[in-house]
Ligand binder design. Structure first.
Ligand SMILES: [Zn+2]
Length: 293
Protein backbone atom coordinates (compact mmCIF):
# COMPACT_ATOMS: atom_id res chain seq x y z
CA UNK A 1 0.00 0.00 0.00
CA UNK A 2 1.33 3.41 -0.94
CA UNK A 3 0.89 5.95 1.89
CA UNK A 4 -1.80 8.35 0.72
CA UNK A 5 -3.82 11.32 1.88
CA UNK A 6 -5.92 14.26 0.71
CA UNK A 7 -5.42 18.01 0.81
CA UNK A 8 -8.79 19.26 -0.36
CA UNK A 9 -9.11 18.11 -3.97
CA UNK A 10 -5.45 17.09 -4.21
CA UNK A 11 -4.40 13.52 -3.50
CA UNK A 12 -0.87 12.93 -2.25
CA UNK A 13 1.24 9.78 -2.10
CA UNK A 14 4.56 9.20 -0.43
CA UNK A 15 6.90 7.40 -2.82
CA UNK A 16 9.53 5.85 -0.55
CA UNK A 17 12.97 4.97 -1.85
CA UNK A 18 14.51 3.98 1.49
CA UNK A 19 13.74 4.08 5.19
CA UNK A 20 15.82 3.00 8.18
CA UNK A 21 18.94 3.86 10.18
CA UNK A 22 21.04 6.29 8.14
CA UNK A 23 23.33 9.11 9.28
CA UNK A 24 25.19 9.08 12.59
CA UNK A 25 23.48 11.80 14.62
CA UNK A 26 26.79 13.51 15.54
CA UNK A 27 27.72 13.66 11.87
CA UNK A 28 24.35 14.95 10.66
CA UNK A 29 23.97 17.58 13.41
CA UNK A 30 27.43 19.10 13.90
CA UNK A 31 26.09 21.94 16.08
CA UNK A 32 24.66 19.54 18.65
CA UNK A 33 26.77 18.84 21.76
CA UNK A 34 26.77 15.12 22.65
CA UNK A 35 25.44 15.77 26.19
CA UNK A 36 22.57 17.78 24.74
CA UNK A 37 21.74 14.93 22.35
CA UNK A 38 21.81 12.46 25.26
CA UNK A 39 19.09 14.47 27.02
CA UNK A 40 16.72 13.54 24.15
CA UNK A 41 17.46 9.82 23.95
CA UNK A 42 14.51 8.80 26.11
CA UNK A 43 11.95 9.92 23.52
CA UNK A 44 14.16 9.58 20.41
CA UNK A 45 15.06 5.90 20.89
CA UNK A 46 14.21 3.60 19.20
CA UNK A 47 11.72 5.26 16.86
CA UNK A 48 13.92 8.12 15.64
CA UNK A 49 17.39 7.03 16.78
CA UNK A 50 18.72 3.50 16.64
CA UNK A 51 20.00 2.48 20.09
CA UNK A 52 23.63 1.38 20.03
CA UNK A 53 24.52 2.64 16.56
CA UNK A 54 23.72 6.34 17.08
CA UNK A 55 22.08 6.40 13.64
CA UNK A 56 19.01 8.50 12.92
CA UNK A 57 16.01 6.65 11.52
CA UNK A 58 15.24 8.50 8.31
CA UNK A 59 13.26 8.18 5.11
CA UNK A 60 14.29 9.13 1.60
CA UNK A 61 11.13 9.79 -0.34
CA UNK A 62 9.24 11.87 -2.88
CA UNK A 63 5.77 13.29 -2.66
CA UNK A 64 3.45 12.74 -5.60
CA UNK A 65 0.60 15.26 -5.92
CA UNK A 66 -2.37 14.37 -8.09
CA UNK A 67 -4.49 17.40 -8.88
CA UNK A 68 -7.57 17.31 -11.10
CA UNK A 69 -5.31 18.16 -14.04
CA UNK A 70 -1.71 17.21 -13.28
CA UNK A 71 0.57 14.61 -11.73
CA UNK A 72 3.37 16.44 -9.95
CA UNK A 73 6.37 14.75 -8.36
CA UNK A 74 8.16 16.73 -5.66
CA UNK A 75 11.84 15.72 -5.32
CA UNK A 76 13.28 12.49 -6.64
CA UNK A 77 15.47 10.85 -3.98
CA UNK A 78 18.95 9.38 -4.63
CA UNK A 79 18.38 7.33 -7.78
CA UNK A 80 20.21 4.33 -9.18
CA UNK A 81 23.79 4.03 -10.42
CA UNK A 82 24.88 7.50 -9.23
CA UNK A 83 28.48 7.96 -8.10
CA UNK A 84 28.56 9.82 -4.77
CA UNK A 85 31.20 10.58 -2.16
CA UNK A 86 29.27 12.48 0.53
CA UNK A 87 27.44 9.39 1.79
CA UNK A 88 28.86 6.10 0.43
CA UNK A 89 25.61 4.04 0.63
CA UNK A 90 24.13 6.38 -2.00
CA UNK A 91 26.87 5.49 -4.46
CA UNK A 92 26.11 2.88 -7.08
CA UNK A 93 22.76 2.16 -5.49
CA UNK A 94 20.54 -0.18 -7.49
CA UNK A 95 17.50 -2.33 -6.96
CA UNK A 96 15.52 0.17 -4.91
CA UNK A 97 11.76 -0.05 -5.22
CA UNK A 98 11.27 3.65 -6.03
CA UNK A 99 9.87 3.18 -9.53
CA UNK A 100 7.82 0.14 -8.41
CA UNK A 101 6.41 2.21 -5.57
CA UNK A 102 5.45 4.92 -8.04
CA UNK A 103 3.79 2.31 -10.26
CA UNK A 104 1.83 1.04 -7.26
CA UNK A 105 -0.11 4.34 -7.35
CA UNK A 106 -1.35 3.38 -10.82
CA UNK A 107 0.88 5.96 -12.51
CA UNK A 108 3.90 5.24 -14.68
CA UNK A 109 6.94 7.37 -15.36
CA UNK A 110 5.29 8.57 -18.59
CA UNK A 111 2.34 9.95 -16.60
CA UNK A 112 4.31 12.52 -14.61
CA UNK A 113 3.60 16.03 -15.93
CA UNK A 114 5.89 18.04 -13.65
CA UNK A 115 8.91 17.32 -11.46
CA UNK A 116 9.67 20.05 -8.92
CA UNK A 117 12.84 19.96 -6.80
CA UNK A 118 12.87 21.80 -3.47
CA UNK A 119 16.64 22.02 -3.85
CA UNK A 120 19.40 20.43 -5.91
CA UNK A 121 21.08 18.09 -3.44
CA UNK A 122 21.92 14.54 -4.46
CA UNK A 123 19.09 12.97 -2.42
CA UNK A 124 16.46 15.22 -4.03
CA UNK A 125 17.37 15.03 -7.73
CA UNK A 126 18.54 11.43 -8.23
CA UNK A 127 15.59 9.96 -10.12
CA UNK A 128 15.43 12.98 -12.40
CA UNK A 129 17.54 10.78 -14.66
CA UNK A 130 18.38 7.12 -15.14
CA UNK A 131 21.26 5.38 -16.83
CA UNK A 132 20.45 4.00 -20.28
CA UNK A 133 23.24 2.47 -22.36
CA UNK A 134 25.85 4.62 -20.63
CA UNK A 135 23.88 7.90 -20.90
CA UNK A 136 21.81 9.80 -18.35
CA UNK A 137 18.31 10.16 -19.76
CA UNK A 138 15.21 11.77 -18.22
CA UNK A 139 13.32 9.23 -16.08
CA UNK A 140 10.09 11.16 -16.71
CA UNK A 141 10.23 11.90 -20.44
CA UNK A 142 6.90 13.75 -20.60
CA UNK A 143 7.56 15.99 -17.59
CA UNK A 144 8.63 19.61 -17.34
CA UNK A 145 11.32 19.80 -14.66
CA UNK A 146 10.85 22.96 -12.58
CA UNK A 147 13.69 24.56 -10.58
CA UNK A 148 13.82 27.83 -8.63
CA UNK A 149 16.15 30.36 -10.25
CA UNK A 150 18.44 31.10 -7.26
CA UNK A 151 18.93 27.43 -6.56
CA UNK A 152 19.58 26.48 -10.17
CA UNK A 153 22.01 29.33 -10.82
CA UNK A 154 23.92 28.76 -7.58
CA UNK A 155 24.61 25.10 -8.29
CA UNK A 156 25.23 25.36 -12.01
CA UNK A 157 27.74 28.19 -11.38
CA UNK A 158 29.47 26.30 -8.58
CA UNK A 159 29.55 23.17 -10.70
CA UNK A 160 31.61 25.03 -13.31
CA UNK A 161 34.49 24.95 -10.79
CA UNK A 162 34.29 21.17 -10.74
CA UNK A 163 31.69 18.49 -10.33
CA UNK A 164 32.97 17.63 -6.83
CA UNK A 165 31.18 20.74 -5.52
CA UNK A 166 27.82 19.16 -6.23
CA UNK A 167 29.03 15.60 -5.63
CA UNK A 168 28.32 14.98 -9.31
CA UNK A 169 24.58 15.45 -9.10
CA UNK A 170 24.38 18.55 -11.31
CA UNK A 171 26.27 16.71 -14.07
CA UNK A 172 24.24 13.51 -13.97
CA UNK A 173 20.81 14.60 -12.68
CA UNK A 174 20.26 18.23 -13.79
CA UNK A 175 22.27 19.15 -16.88
CA UNK A 176 21.03 16.17 -18.98
CA UNK A 177 17.51 17.58 -18.51
CA UNK A 178 18.65 21.00 -19.73
CA UNK A 179 20.16 19.35 -22.81
CA UNK A 180 16.88 17.52 -23.40
CA UNK A 181 15.02 20.87 -23.26
CA UNK A 182 12.82 19.79 -20.36
CA UNK A 183 13.76 22.41 -17.75
CA UNK A 184 11.77 25.48 -16.69
CA UNK A 185 13.62 27.95 -14.46
CA UNK A 186 11.09 29.89 -12.40
CA UNK A 187 11.16 32.61 -9.75
CA UNK A 188 11.85 31.65 -6.13
CA UNK A 189 8.28 32.56 -5.19
CA UNK A 190 6.74 30.82 -8.19
CA UNK A 191 3.03 30.22 -8.20
CA UNK A 192 2.26 27.00 -10.06
CA UNK A 193 -1.47 27.67 -9.75
CA UNK A 194 -4.02 28.82 -7.14
CA UNK A 195 -3.34 25.71 -5.06
CA UNK A 196 0.42 25.17 -5.30
CA UNK A 197 3.21 27.71 -4.85
CA UNK A 198 6.79 28.07 -3.66
CA UNK A 199 7.69 29.45 -0.26
CA UNK A 200 11.31 30.61 0.04
CA UNK A 201 13.13 28.70 2.77
CA UNK A 202 16.83 29.46 2.17
CA UNK A 203 19.72 28.28 4.34
CA UNK A 204 19.94 24.55 3.80
CA UNK A 205 20.81 25.63 0.27
CA UNK A 206 20.79 29.23 -1.06
CA UNK A 207 17.65 28.86 -3.17
CA UNK A 208 15.83 26.19 -1.16
CA UNK A 209 12.03 26.34 -1.47
CA UNK A 210 9.20 24.56 0.29
CA UNK A 211 6.03 23.70 -1.60
CA UNK A 212 2.87 25.23 -0.17
CA UNK A 213 -0.46 23.60 -0.98
CA UNK A 214 -4.00 24.86 -0.39
CA UNK A 215 -7.11 23.22 -1.75
CA UNK A 216 -10.73 23.52 -0.70
CA UNK A 217 -9.75 25.12 2.62
CA UNK A 218 -7.12 22.47 3.47
CA UNK A 219 -3.48 23.49 3.92
CA UNK A 220 -0.15 21.66 3.67
CA UNK A 221 3.51 22.31 3.02
CA UNK A 222 6.19 20.00 1.66
CA UNK A 223 9.07 21.18 3.81
CA UNK A 224 12.06 19.89 1.86
CA UNK A 225 15.13 19.91 4.11
CA UNK A 226 14.04 22.68 6.48
CA UNK A 227 13.66 19.70 8.84
CA UNK A 228 15.64 16.42 8.86
CA UNK A 229 14.55 14.84 12.15
CA UNK A 230 11.81 15.52 14.75
CA UNK A 231 14.68 16.43 17.11
CA UNK A 232 14.96 19.74 15.27
CA UNK A 233 11.54 20.76 16.60
CA UNK A 234 12.92 20.54 20.13
CA UNK A 235 16.26 22.01 19.09
CA UNK A 236 15.53 24.33 16.15
CA UNK A 237 19.03 25.87 16.20
CA UNK A 238 20.69 22.56 15.26
CA UNK A 239 21.33 22.68 11.52
CA UNK A 240 22.48 19.78 9.39
CA UNK A 241 25.91 19.00 7.97
CA UNK A 242 24.65 19.53 4.44
CA UNK A 243 23.42 23.08 5.12
CA UNK A 244 25.36 25.60 3.05
CA UNK A 245 24.62 28.32 5.66
CA UNK A 246 23.90 26.74 9.05
CA UNK A 247 22.99 30.04 10.71
CA UNK A 248 20.54 30.99 7.96
CA UNK A 249 19.16 27.45 7.98
CA UNK A 250 18.47 27.78 11.73
CA UNK A 251 16.77 31.16 11.26
CA UNK A 252 14.59 29.77 8.48
CA UNK A 253 13.70 26.71 10.57
CA UNK A 254 12.77 28.83 13.61
CA UNK A 255 10.55 31.07 11.48
CA UNK A 256 8.98 28.05 9.76
CA UNK A 257 8.18 26.34 13.08
CA UNK A 258 6.66 29.52 14.50
CA UNK A 259 4.65 30.22 11.34
CA UNK A 260 3.02 26.78 11.23
CA UNK A 261 2.86 26.03 14.97
CA UNK A 262 -0.68 25.26 16.19
CA UNK A 263 -2.15 25.73 12.71
CA UNK A 264 -4.11 23.29 10.55
CA UNK A 265 -1.24 23.14 8.01
CA UNK A 266 -0.13 19.55 7.40
CA UNK A 267 3.67 19.46 7.49
CA UNK A 268 5.19 17.04 4.98
CA UNK A 269 8.91 16.57 5.71
CA UNK A 270 10.92 14.36 3.41
CA UNK A 271 13.24 12.65 5.86
CA UNK A 272 10.99 11.91 8.86
CA UNK A 273 10.27 8.19 9.23
CA UNK A 274 6.78 6.85 8.47
CA UNK A 275 4.13 8.14 8.65
CA UNK A 276 6.30 11.25 8.06
CA UNK A 277 3.54 13.85 7.98
CA UNK A 278 1.91 15.70 10.87
CA UNK A 279 1.44 18.97 12.69
CA UNK A 280 3.67 21.34 14.65
CA UNK A 281 2.47 21.91 18.19
CA UNK A 282 3.90 24.11 20.94
CA UNK A 283 5.60 22.06 23.62
CA UNK A 284 6.90 24.09 26.54
CA UNK A 285 9.52 26.51 25.27
CA UNK A 286 9.94 24.70 21.95
CA UNK A 287 7.90 22.58 19.57
CA UNK A 288 6.72 19.02 19.11
CA UNK A 289 5.63 17.05 16.04
CA UNK A 290 2.32 15.23 16.18
CA UNK A 291 2.32 12.57 13.49
CA UNK A 292 -0.91 12.06 11.62
CA UNK A 293 -1.79 8.45 10.82
ZN1 LIG B 1 17.77 15.72 1.90
Amino acid sequence: MVPTGKIGNITWHRIVEAEGPEFDINFLLPDAPTEAINAHRDWMEPRFLEPGTNKLIMATQSYLLRTLHHNILIDTCVGNDKERRFYPPWSGQSGTKFVDNLHATGLYVDDIDFVICTHLHADHVGWNTRLLEGCWVPTFPNARYVFAKSEYEFWVDLNKKGKKYSDGCIDDSVLPLVEAGLVDIVSDDYKFNESIWFERTPGHTPGHVSIRIRSNGANAIIAGDVLHTPLQLREPRWSAIGCSDRLKSAETRCAFLERYCDTDTLIMPEHFPSPSVGYIRRDGGSYGFVFSD
